[in-house]
Design a protein around this ligand. Sequence first.
Ligand code: PEP
Ligand code: MN
Length: 337
Amino acid sequence: MLVVMQEGATEPQIQAVIDRLVNMGFTVHRSTGVRHTVLGGVGPLENFDPADFEVMDGVKECHRIISPYKLASRHFRPGGTVVRVGNVEIGGDKLVIMAGPCSVESKDQIERTAEAVARSGAAVIRGGAFKPRSSPYSFQGLGEQGLELLRAAADRHGLLVVSEVMDHTQIPLLAAYADILQVGARNMQNYNLLRKLGELRKPVLLKRGPAATIEELLLSAEYILAGGNYDVILCERGIRTFESYTRNTMDICAIPVVKKLSHLPIVADPSHGTGRRDKVLPMARAAIAAGADGLLIEVHCDPDHALSDGAQSLWPDQFAELMGQLRIIASAVGRRL
Ligand code: PEP
Ligand code: MN
């Protein structure tokens, strides 16, 4: 349930509502907005009367939330969530572009790619050190050495780092090197991992599973939020359909749907969404036009020799071209780059 406090409700009034919720067995999540404080009560109780809360001092309204996710719901933070990492804000006016190779492969590769994406205006470098590959014989990533290389290249170019965590035992290692921990599509429903990430106080980039509905994506986010980690960034990365021309089907419409249902920021990954370099620019443009808060894009200094996902990785000059196009689209939809 959600209790929306009146504008100007006092701290004692807010506390009285919290105390009552706690006494009834609810876990309380507080969202302090510019105008209203919203208290989200998550608990086993189904049959309570919202009117009991509506008559309390300082309360504006109380709603039973019928959607299966509560904290991920737009009602919890009607004004939307801005995730702050260093001096970067994800979910604000400014679009955030995360770019880099699929995998960290070598010092030279990550350095050249970091230099290129930073020069074009990316704020975050991506790069996997632990790679979830369909085949056990494919390149699996450099592990901790990859994280070291990624961090050093990012620091040299003033970039933040996003990198994938494949299971809960890797969280401390990833948290030591990365600013944002990525949960890959294959792990969207790894509930042990999600629960542990709820205990972390670092942003999580949660990718939509290849066969997950939007509701399932938001329920996975709910696992992280329920642990008290509210810094979740969603990512649309294409879903598996009957279409086989592209690697996945880029579900652009998921972006406005998520924006309506949830307060969480959402970025788009047109690299995995299409699997083809020549389709990345149009889908990136479409995602920003559709309201995405940013992009996750694979860029490689030498994609023809990439150890993973070369066919969908942009050349640095294609990435630069895309950034120029995005500036124009951003201003058309009231955003900045
Ligand atoms: C990746 O970002 O490189 C990746 C493995 O993506 P996904 O989990 O979306 O397949
Ligand atoms: Mn990849």
